[in-house]
Design a protein around this ligand. Structure first.
Ligand SMILES: C[S@@+](CC[C@H](N)C(=O)[O-])C[C@H]1O[C@@H](n2cnc3c(N)ncnc32)[C@H](O)[C@@H]1O
Length: 306
Protein backbone atom coordinates (compact mmCIF):
# COMPACT_ATOMS: atom_id res chain seq x y z
CA UNK A 1 0.00 0.00 0.00
CA UNK A 2 1.37 3.46 -0.94
CA UNK A 3 2.06 5.97 1.76
CA UNK A 4 -0.81 8.27 0.76
CA UNK A 5 -3.34 5.64 -0.29
CA UNK A 6 -6.96 6.82 0.03
CA UNK A 7 -7.76 3.89 2.28
CA UNK A 8 -5.46 5.09 5.06
CA UNK A 9 -7.84 6.04 7.80
CA UNK A 10 -5.36 7.38 10.34
CA UNK A 11 -4.11 10.52 8.68
CA UNK A 12 -3.60 12.99 11.47
CA UNK A 13 -0.40 15.01 11.77
CA UNK A 14 0.99 12.50 14.29
CA UNK A 15 0.72 9.60 11.86
CA UNK A 16 2.00 11.59 8.87
CA UNK A 17 4.94 12.76 10.97
CA UNK A 18 5.71 9.23 12.14
CA UNK A 19 5.62 7.84 8.60
CA UNK A 20 7.68 10.70 7.16
CA UNK A 21 10.35 10.25 9.83
CA UNK A 22 10.42 6.50 9.12
CA UNK A 23 11.00 7.20 5.41
CA UNK A 24 13.87 9.57 6.17
CA UNK A 25 15.47 7.03 8.52
CA UNK A 26 15.05 4.23 6.01
CA UNK A 27 16.72 6.34 3.32
CA UNK A 28 19.62 6.94 5.74
CA UNK A 29 19.69 10.70 5.12
CA UNK A 30 22.65 12.69 6.39
CA UNK A 31 21.66 15.39 8.92
CA UNK A 32 24.22 18.17 9.13
CA UNK A 33 22.65 21.10 7.37
CA UNK A 34 20.78 22.92 10.09
CA UNK A 35 18.80 19.95 11.45
CA UNK A 36 20.04 17.51 14.05
CA UNK A 37 17.90 14.45 13.35
CA UNK A 38 15.47 12.83 10.88
CA UNK A 39 12.75 13.69 13.40
CA UNK A 40 13.53 17.44 13.19
CA UNK A 41 13.65 17.28 9.40
CA UNK A 42 10.34 15.39 9.29
CA UNK A 43 8.69 18.07 11.46
CA UNK A 44 9.96 20.80 9.13
CA UNK A 45 8.85 19.00 5.95
CA UNK A 46 5.41 18.02 7.29
CA UNK A 47 4.62 21.50 8.63
CA UNK A 48 5.96 23.36 5.59
CA UNK A 49 4.04 21.18 3.13
CA UNK A 50 0.92 22.12 5.07
CA UNK A 51 1.88 25.82 4.98
CA UNK A 52 2.41 25.96 8.74
CA UNK A 53 5.17 27.72 10.68
CA UNK A 54 7.89 25.83 12.56
CA UNK A 55 6.54 27.32 15.81
CA UNK A 56 3.18 25.53 15.40
CA UNK A 57 1.90 24.17 18.74
CA UNK A 58 1.95 20.40 19.41
CA UNK A 59 -1.86 20.42 19.78
CA UNK A 60 -1.97 20.09 16.01
CA UNK A 61 -0.71 16.48 16.22
CA UNK A 62 -4.24 15.06 16.55
CA UNK A 63 -5.75 17.17 13.77
CA UNK A 64 -6.34 15.84 10.27
CA UNK A 65 -3.47 16.46 7.86
CA UNK A 66 -4.76 18.69 5.03
CA UNK A 67 -5.32 16.62 1.92
CA UNK A 68 -3.97 19.32 -0.40
CA UNK A 69 -0.61 19.11 1.42
CA UNK A 70 -0.06 15.42 0.71
CA UNK A 71 1.30 15.65 -2.82
CA UNK A 72 3.55 18.58 -1.81
CA UNK A 73 4.89 16.51 1.09
CA UNK A 74 5.49 13.53 -1.18
CA UNK A 75 7.55 15.75 -3.51
CA UNK A 76 9.55 17.07 -0.57
CA UNK A 77 10.24 13.52 0.65
CA UNK A 78 11.36 12.39 -2.81
CA UNK A 79 13.72 15.35 -3.13
CA UNK A 80 15.12 14.65 0.35
CA UNK A 81 15.45 10.85 0.15
CA UNK A 82 16.10 10.07 -3.52
CA UNK A 83 17.87 13.22 -4.63
CA UNK A 84 19.52 13.90 -1.22
CA UNK A 85 18.68 17.60 -1.37
CA UNK A 86 19.11 19.23 2.07
CA UNK A 87 15.83 20.19 3.76
CA UNK A 88 16.83 23.85 4.07
CA UNK A 89 17.22 24.14 0.28
CA UNK A 90 13.92 22.31 -0.31
CA UNK A 91 12.09 24.72 1.99
CA UNK A 92 14.11 27.81 0.99
CA UNK A 93 14.59 28.64 4.64
CA UNK A 94 17.22 28.07 7.32
CA UNK A 95 17.74 29.23 10.87
CA UNK A 96 20.63 30.56 12.88
CA UNK A 97 19.69 31.05 16.52
CA UNK A 98 16.46 33.06 16.68
CA UNK A 99 16.58 34.34 13.08
CA UNK A 100 15.18 32.70 9.95
CA UNK A 101 17.02 33.32 6.70
CA UNK A 102 16.25 32.93 3.03
CA UNK A 103 18.39 30.01 1.86
CA UNK A 104 19.28 28.73 -1.59
CA UNK A 105 22.25 27.22 -3.36
CA UNK A 106 23.94 30.59 -3.90
CA UNK A 107 25.43 30.07 -0.41
CA UNK A 108 26.08 27.52 2.31
CA UNK A 109 23.19 26.54 4.59
CA UNK A 110 23.54 28.46 7.91
CA UNK A 111 24.97 26.27 10.69
CA UNK A 112 28.15 27.91 11.95
CA UNK A 113 28.98 27.34 15.64
CA UNK A 114 30.24 30.95 15.66
CA UNK A 115 26.58 31.65 16.40
CA UNK A 116 27.26 30.88 20.11
CA UNK A 117 30.08 33.41 20.19
CA UNK A 118 27.77 36.15 18.91
CA UNK A 119 24.93 35.10 21.22
CA UNK A 120 27.27 35.28 24.23
CA UNK A 121 28.09 38.90 23.27
CA UNK A 122 31.73 37.92 22.51
CA UNK A 123 32.27 37.54 26.28
CA UNK A 124 34.49 37.02 28.13
CA UNK A 125 36.97 38.07 25.45
CA UNK A 126 35.43 41.40 24.45
CA UNK A 127 35.15 43.83 27.38
CA UNK A 128 33.49 47.21 27.72
CA UNK A 129 31.19 49.02 25.28
CA UNK A 130 29.62 47.36 22.28
CA UNK A 131 32.09 46.96 19.41
CA UNK A 132 31.95 49.84 16.92
CA UNK A 133 32.74 47.78 13.83
CA UNK A 134 32.23 44.04 13.37
CA UNK A 135 33.20 42.16 10.20
CA UNK A 136 31.59 38.92 9.02
CA UNK A 137 34.34 37.65 6.73
CA UNK A 138 33.28 35.04 4.14
CA UNK A 139 29.67 35.89 4.98
CA UNK A 140 27.92 33.62 2.45
CA UNK A 141 24.17 34.24 2.81
CA UNK A 142 24.91 36.62 5.68
CA UNK A 143 23.51 34.68 8.64
CA UNK A 144 26.38 35.32 11.10
CA UNK A 145 26.83 39.00 10.28
CA UNK A 146 23.09 39.66 10.33
CA UNK A 147 22.76 37.87 13.65
CA UNK A 148 25.53 40.17 14.95
CA UNK A 149 23.81 43.26 13.47
CA UNK A 150 20.58 42.18 15.19
CA UNK A 151 22.29 41.49 18.53
CA UNK A 152 24.37 44.71 18.40
CA UNK A 153 22.11 47.39 16.90
CA UNK A 154 24.60 50.16 17.78
CA UNK A 155 27.46 48.43 15.92
CA UNK A 156 28.20 48.73 12.23
CA UNK A 157 28.55 45.27 10.65
CA UNK A 158 30.37 44.66 7.36
CA UNK A 159 29.45 41.49 5.46
CA UNK A 160 32.28 40.52 3.10
CA UNK A 161 32.43 37.75 0.51
CA UNK A 162 34.22 37.24 -2.79
CA UNK A 163 31.19 35.61 -4.44
CA UNK A 164 28.66 38.10 -5.86
CA UNK A 165 25.88 35.48 -5.83
CA UNK A 166 26.34 34.81 -2.13
CA UNK A 167 26.42 38.56 -1.50
CA UNK A 168 23.11 39.00 -3.38
CA UNK A 169 21.56 36.48 -1.01
CA UNK A 170 23.11 38.27 1.99
CA UNK A 171 21.61 41.55 0.75
CA UNK A 172 18.18 39.91 0.43
CA UNK A 173 18.49 38.62 4.01
CA UNK A 174 19.58 42.07 5.19
CA UNK A 175 16.43 43.53 3.61
CA UNK A 176 14.30 40.72 5.09
CA UNK A 177 15.40 41.69 8.59
CA UNK A 178 15.65 45.44 7.86
CA UNK A 179 19.07 45.62 9.45
CA UNK A 180 20.29 49.05 8.35
CA UNK A 181 23.47 48.72 10.43
CA UNK A 182 24.63 45.85 8.16
CA UNK A 183 26.45 46.52 4.87
CA UNK A 184 27.36 44.02 2.14
CA UNK A 185 30.57 44.39 0.15
CA UNK A 186 32.42 42.20 -2.32
CA UNK A 187 35.96 41.57 -1.11
CA UNK A 188 38.85 39.17 -1.44
CA UNK A 189 39.36 38.44 2.27
CA UNK A 190 40.00 41.68 4.22
CA UNK A 191 41.80 43.58 1.42
CA UNK A 192 39.53 46.66 1.21
CA UNK A 193 39.73 47.44 4.94
CA UNK A 194 41.84 50.22 6.47
CA UNK A 195 44.56 49.44 9.03
CA UNK A 196 43.45 49.34 12.70
CA UNK A 197 39.79 50.00 11.83
CA UNK A 198 37.98 46.88 13.06
CA UNK A 199 37.01 45.72 16.56
CA UNK A 200 35.81 42.18 15.88
CA UNK A 201 36.16 39.81 12.94
CA UNK A 202 34.08 36.65 12.76
CA UNK A 203 35.50 34.47 10.02
CA UNK A 204 33.99 31.30 8.56
CA UNK A 205 36.21 30.68 5.53
CA UNK A 206 36.10 27.50 3.44
CA UNK A 207 38.14 24.89 5.34
CA UNK A 208 37.41 21.43 3.91
CA UNK A 209 40.57 19.67 2.79
CA UNK A 210 40.84 17.68 -0.43
CA UNK A 211 40.48 14.27 1.21
CA UNK A 212 37.47 15.24 3.33
CA UNK A 213 35.85 16.95 0.33
CA UNK A 214 35.96 13.75 -1.71
CA UNK A 215 34.26 11.82 1.12
CA UNK A 216 31.42 14.20 1.99
CA UNK A 217 27.83 12.89 2.00
CA UNK A 218 25.80 13.57 -1.16
CA UNK A 219 23.92 16.45 0.50
CA UNK A 220 27.03 18.66 0.30
CA UNK A 221 27.01 18.52 -3.52
CA UNK A 222 24.15 21.04 -3.48
CA UNK A 223 26.33 23.66 -1.76
CA UNK A 224 28.75 25.94 -3.68
CA UNK A 225 32.19 24.32 -3.81
CA UNK A 226 33.75 27.77 -3.34
CA UNK A 227 32.24 27.78 0.15
CA UNK A 228 33.82 24.45 1.15
CA UNK A 229 37.05 23.67 -0.73
CA UNK A 230 40.30 24.79 0.90
CA UNK A 231 43.20 22.80 -0.53
CA UNK A 232 45.42 20.03 0.77
CA UNK A 233 45.20 20.88 4.48
CA UNK A 234 42.03 23.04 4.59
CA UNK A 235 44.08 26.16 5.30
CA UNK A 236 44.33 27.67 1.81
CA UNK A 237 42.91 31.02 2.93
CA UNK A 238 43.65 30.91 6.63
CA UNK A 239 47.26 32.10 6.86
CA UNK A 240 46.61 35.10 4.63
CA UNK A 241 43.39 35.84 6.49
CA UNK A 242 45.19 35.87 9.87
CA UNK A 243 47.94 38.14 8.56
CA UNK A 244 45.40 40.58 7.13
CA UNK A 245 43.38 40.45 10.39
CA UNK A 246 46.51 41.43 12.32
CA UNK A 247 46.76 44.51 10.11
CA UNK A 248 43.11 45.68 10.18
CA UNK A 249 42.22 44.96 13.84
CA UNK A 250 42.30 47.72 16.45
CA UNK A 251 44.66 47.37 19.42
CA UNK A 252 41.97 45.54 21.44
CA UNK A 253 40.59 43.79 18.37
CA UNK A 254 39.66 40.10 18.21
CA UNK A 255 39.47 37.49 15.48
CA UNK A 256 37.00 34.63 16.02
CA UNK A 257 38.06 32.02 13.47
CA UNK A 258 36.27 28.80 12.50
CA UNK A 259 38.42 26.14 10.83
CA UNK A 260 36.47 22.94 11.69
CA UNK A 261 38.53 19.78 11.29
CA UNK A 262 41.43 21.84 9.93
CA UNK A 263 42.22 22.83 13.54
CA UNK A 264 44.73 19.96 13.64
CA UNK A 265 46.60 21.29 10.60
CA UNK A 266 46.56 24.80 12.07
CA UNK A 267 48.12 23.57 15.32
CA UNK A 268 50.74 21.66 13.34
CA UNK A 269 51.58 24.70 11.24
CA UNK A 270 52.18 26.92 14.29
CA UNK A 271 53.49 24.33 16.82
CA UNK A 272 54.70 26.84 19.40
CA UNK A 273 51.55 28.93 19.52
CA UNK A 274 49.02 28.15 22.32
CA UNK A 275 45.72 28.44 20.42
CA UNK A 276 42.58 29.08 22.50
CA UNK A 277 39.93 26.66 21.20
CA UNK A 278 36.45 27.54 22.37
CA UNK A 279 33.93 25.23 24.05
CA UNK A 280 30.73 26.25 22.30
CA UNK A 281 27.27 26.10 23.79
CA UNK A 282 25.58 24.92 20.61
CA UNK A 283 28.24 22.27 19.96
CA UNK A 284 30.70 22.24 17.07
CA UNK A 285 34.47 22.46 17.21
CA UNK A 286 37.46 24.10 15.56
CA UNK A 287 36.69 27.70 16.61
CA UNK A 288 39.49 29.76 18.15
CA UNK A 289 39.88 33.33 19.35
CA UNK A 290 42.97 35.38 18.51
CA UNK A 291 43.66 38.88 19.79
CA UNK A 292 45.62 41.39 17.74
CA UNK A 293 48.44 40.86 20.23
CA UNK A 294 48.27 37.07 19.61
CA UNK A 295 48.44 37.61 15.88
CA UNK A 296 51.41 39.94 16.20
CA UNK A 297 53.23 37.39 18.37
CA UNK A 298 52.30 34.59 16.06
CA UNK A 299 53.60 36.24 12.93
CA UNK A 300 56.75 37.65 14.46
CA UNK A 301 57.49 34.18 15.94
CA UNK A 302 56.54 32.13 12.90
CA UNK A 303 58.52 34.33 10.54
CA UNK A 304 61.58 32.98 12.30
CA UNK A 305 60.32 29.56 13.47
CA UNK A 306 58.28 28.19 10.51
C1 LIG B 1 31.92 28.41 4.83
S1 LIG B 1 31.20 29.56 3.71
C2 LIG B 1 30.56 30.79 4.78
C3 LIG B 1 29.13 30.55 5.15
C4 LIG B 1 28.50 31.64 5.96
N1 LIG B 1 29.14 31.84 7.23
C5 LIG B 1 27.03 31.31 6.14
O1 LIG B 1 26.63 30.94 7.26
O2 LIG B 1 26.29 31.42 5.16
C6 LIG B 1 32.64 30.32 3.06
C7 LIG B 1 32.40 31.57 2.21
O3 LIG B 1 33.69 32.09 1.88
C8 LIG B 1 33.59 32.72 0.62
N2 LIG B 1 34.95 32.91 0.08
C9 LIG B 1 35.74 32.00 -0.55
N3 LIG B 1 36.93 32.57 -0.86
C10 LIG B 1 36.90 33.85 -0.42
C11 LIG B 1 37.83 34.95 -0.45
N4 LIG B 1 39.03 34.84 -1.00
N5 LIG B 1 37.43 36.13 0.09
C12 LIG B 1 36.19 36.27 0.65
N6 LIG B 1 35.28 35.27 0.70
C13 LIG B 1 35.62 34.08 0.17
C14 LIG B 1 32.67 31.79 -0.18
O4 LIG B 1 32.10 32.47 -1.26
C15 LIG B 1 31.67 31.35 0.90
O5 LIG B 1 30.51 32.14 0.84
Amino acid sequence: MGFYHESITVNDFREILRTTEAQLIQADIFCGHGYESPHDEAVALVLSAAGLAMATEVDILDETYPQDAWSRLQQFITRRTTRREPTAYILGQGWLGPLAFKVDNRALIPRSPLMSVIESGFTPWWQGDDPRVIVDLCCGGGSLGLLAAWAFPESQVLLLDIDPLALDLAAENRALHQLTNAHCQQADLLRPLAPSSIDIIIANPPYVDVEELSNLPAEYAYEPVLALEAGLDGLDLVHQLMQQACHVLNTDGLLFLEVGNAWVALEQHYPRFPFTWLALECGGHGVCVLSKADLMTLFSETSTVV
